[in-house]
Design a protein around this ligand. Structure first.
Ligand SMILES: Nc1ncnc2c1ncn2[C@@H]1O[C@H](COP(=O)(O)OP(=O)(O)OP(=O)(O)O)[C@@H](O)[C@H]1O
Length: 245
């Protein structure tokens, strides 16, 4: 469960994030959508505790990210928009390191889980090569595996499909659905509306730091008063704001 309450983040006197309330229950995938510069990455950095809000609070399964950071951060798996990996490690070493960081001890079970994830993402052959030698997409996959290896209760993914090939996108979607079935909370930002449409239980649209809509896809269509696609609804909602309607 993820709770955002009265959170603002101010840069140069502007509120780049100004969220009154957002709840993502356990066992739910929320797609966080918005135009470039809408405030998605800043919100994600606030949720992961990398940034401190000017006002308000964020809770992960009831633990405040800023006043109880160890309890809250232990529950989070995070993959950044630009792959957050240690390039001087091999991918296998990186995954062991990430698991250990979150309290998972070295064991044959962990080694099996690492092998399984590497295989699913087609990284087995290069698993013992340094990440610095990887392509952009391979680094992104390593970063995603680092977020998944400890089976976090709350998974935060910033542009998770960016740079991935279609096979890996399918594998990632299946893993996200499995984690949801297991009761995880998944918060993902994306510009790929097809990903949001197919995968997400809830959609949030943010613009200029403020949430314009949160609900299911059918509620979004209902609010538009017609049977529009997510793309049409997204363009219409954000265009209205641009024109100051
Ligand atoms: N460190 C910073 N200093 C000043 N302004 C910042 C800083 N970080 C972000 N901003 C501003 O905050 C706003 C939101 O940026 P953010 O990166 O959260 O957008 P985004 O929705 O993730 O965009 P994109 O889809 O392009 O990645 C932008 O106007 C950006 O210029």
């Amino acid at each position: 469960m993820l709770t955002i309450e009265k959170v603002t983040k101010i840069y140069d006197k502007f509120k780049v994030v100004d969220i009154d309330k957002l709840n993502v229950p356990s066992g739910t995938i929320l797609g966080f959508l918005g135009k470039n510069g809408a405030g998605k990455t800043t919100t994600i950095k606030l949720v992961t505790g990398m940034l401190r809000p000017n006002t308000g609070y964020i809770k992960i399964n009831g633990f405040d990210v800023h006043t109880q950071p160890m309890h809250a951060k232990k529950l989070i798996g995070y993959s950044a928009d630009k792959a957050n990996v240690y390039e001087k490690l091999t991918c296998r070493e990186f995954l062991r390191f990430m698991a250990n960081l979150y309290g998972v001890k070295n064991s044959s079970k962990l080694e099996d889980e690492i092998c399984e994830l590497l295989e699913k993402f087609d990284l087995t052959e290069k698993a013992d090569n340094y990440i610095q030698s990887y392509s952009h997409g391979m680094k992104k996959k390593a970063s995603l595996l680092g977020a998944l290896i400890h089976k976090p209760k709350v998974l935060i993914l910033d542009e998770p499909t960016d740079g991935l090939d279609p096979q890996s996108i399918k594998v990632l979607k299946d893993i996200i659905l499995e984690r949801k079935q297991a009761g995880a909370t998944i918060f993902l930002s994306t510009h790929i509306l097809e990903v949001a449409e197919k995968l997400c239980d809830l959609i949030t649209i943010i613009n200029k730091g403020k949430i314009l809509f949160t609900g299911t896809l059918s509620e979004l269509k209902e609010s538009m008063g017609k049977d529009s696609s997510l793309e049409e609804a997204f363009l219409e909602i954000t265009a209205d704001l641009q024109e100051g309607k």
